[in-house]
Design a protein around this ligand. Sequence first.
Ligand SMILES: [Fe+2]
Length: 411
Amino acid sequence: MNKGCSFWYKPPLRAAALLFAALLALSGWAAADTRLMVVSDLHYLEPSLYRGSDVFLQALRRGDGKAAQYGEELMNALYQTVLYEHPDALIVTGDLTFNGEKLSHLALAGWFASIEEAGIPVWVIPGNHDINVASPVGYGNGMIYRAEGTSPEAFAAVYADCLETGEAGFSYVAKVSDELWVAMTDVAIYQDTAVTPGLFSSGHAAWLEGVLKNAREEGARVVTATHHSLLVHTELYRDSFVMSGNEKMASLCRTYGVKMNLSGHLHIQHIARDGELSDAALGAFCMWPHRYALVTLQEDGTLVYDAKALDGRFLPEGLSDRSREWFAGITADKAKADISGTRDEIEMMAEYAARFNLAYFSGTYSKDDPSWTEDPAYALWKAQWNTSFIAYMGLVMNEDTGDNLHLAIGE
Ligand SMILES: [Fe+2]
């Protein structure tokens, strides 16, 4: 496969970043390990589809915390981060675009082409927001209009250098090195209109078993990658989040010694573990703290997963804080709509709700931290027994969670 790319977009600081990448390559840093960088749920919206619109931010404010208004700055920061980390490949586990707009896909393909020009292959699979989405839209003055969407054929053409076509949708093997293969497994459903759930079908099973047999013969370690969850992460998000047929895929993984799946879709940074098999759901890149992960196959055979947050130095000054405030503000608005009390009590509870939600989504919430239940705002929340947020909080606090940022797996 030709991984050379056409060059459509020249991000700022490109020359300096390329020089830095070349110096790293010359230094021979980490040459013995295979290093993979992962991002998911970019939900990129091409700026001409919303710039100057008075209704865009209002619509986004009613959403789930996506900071799509900073998409261009985030992509520029991602570009610089990829060159800084200089992995052997970048993989993107779906939900590339906001809602499948063709313009958004074209712009992303330009960014990926720039990364490939720096010698780092990029591999993508679609999510449920990428192909045949029912209503891709743009935002104008006082109005929302229909934007051009993306068919499977158009998706294949736009990302011709970043995927392979053929079996079980856009399922293919990304051979990151002789030692590490990623089975990019497209479980999104978009044959007619895209739907939220995912499916691992008998076709996927036949394809994946063939890949795993090949890998065994070639002596390569396999990590699988899907958009939807392979394992159940939380009772909060089971239907539409865990792919149908997940047991079939998990069984194949266990039979052939695959111990790590990389997923997205939840938008929450969360690692599910079931025996020797783990499913690392990466927090959405479009939401604070803008997660990415590094997966390293070490020389000793250990596979290490390390979730990181976008470094503020690659973003315009203050943007990381503004993005955090955006997500916190959306959570606080929703909490306030649901509760009663004095103005001070409502402010305390809303602030707590935002802090709690951001900690959970970023994978840093721990029920072992007593400050969550000792907080005076928590006592106020407990009195709001009939609200959806206290129900959500109760489920999260009862989860049996481990480290959601790191994973180390032996051979
Ligand atoms: Fe998503």
